[in-house]
Design a binder for this molecule. Sequence first.
Ligand code: AMP
Ligand code: ZN
Length: 219
Amino acid sequence: MLNNSALLLFGPPGSGKGTQAVLLSEALKVPHISTGDIFRQHVKDGTELGKQVQAIMQSGALVPDELVNRIVEDRLAQPDCAHGFILDGYPRTLPQAKMLDEMLDRLGKSKVVVNLLVDYNIIVARLAARRQCPVCGASYNLVFNPPKKDMVCDRDGAALIQREDDKEEVIRNRFEAYNAQTLPVMDFFRQAGYRLVEVTGGNGAPEELTAVIRARLNG
Ligand code: AMP
Ligand code: ZN
């Protein structure tokens, strides 16, 4: 049962978190909150925050906790989050996890973590083949989840682009950030007694994995 839950999607870069977050959000009818998407929108719009985070994101490093925590706090206060939500790409550090934990207690949300386990070699191949729609943000993979028409978005026909931080030299930095700063968050979840659902992904259609996750969540 998921009513009034915070569903935290956890996994390395390229594990398919974002795709699962979108599919689960549609199925469970709760908002999907991706801190990466929020930052990319700020960069695109050229806001003050966008200017602050642009160079950091391009290097594959993490944005400072204060900035991330502030946007999440604002977002979770919106009315559409009242009955639950899915977080994708947050928390990514221990201080973020601790601040979120307090916030969820305050909001009276139950805490569920979905940990996506994916083989490293699959991940690297995936990131290199990942493309995004610059208009609606839809995510594709030229190998695992291609658009219907070559290199254009199914929804709006825009030409797909590669994220700056999906280039090979940046991918390595993102993995370093994940191993050093984000993996310890999993220990925090375990110690704090979060409900944990672990699934192996990366070897089938995204919709199949969503079905597995939903069955495990209901089981
Ligand atoms: P993502 O799309 O989740 O891979 O995020 C893209 C980039 O945005 C990351 O490489 C970070 O630079 C930044 N970012 C997104 N979420 C966070 C977070 N929770 N903490 C710190 N930086 C973040
Ligand atoms: Zn699109």
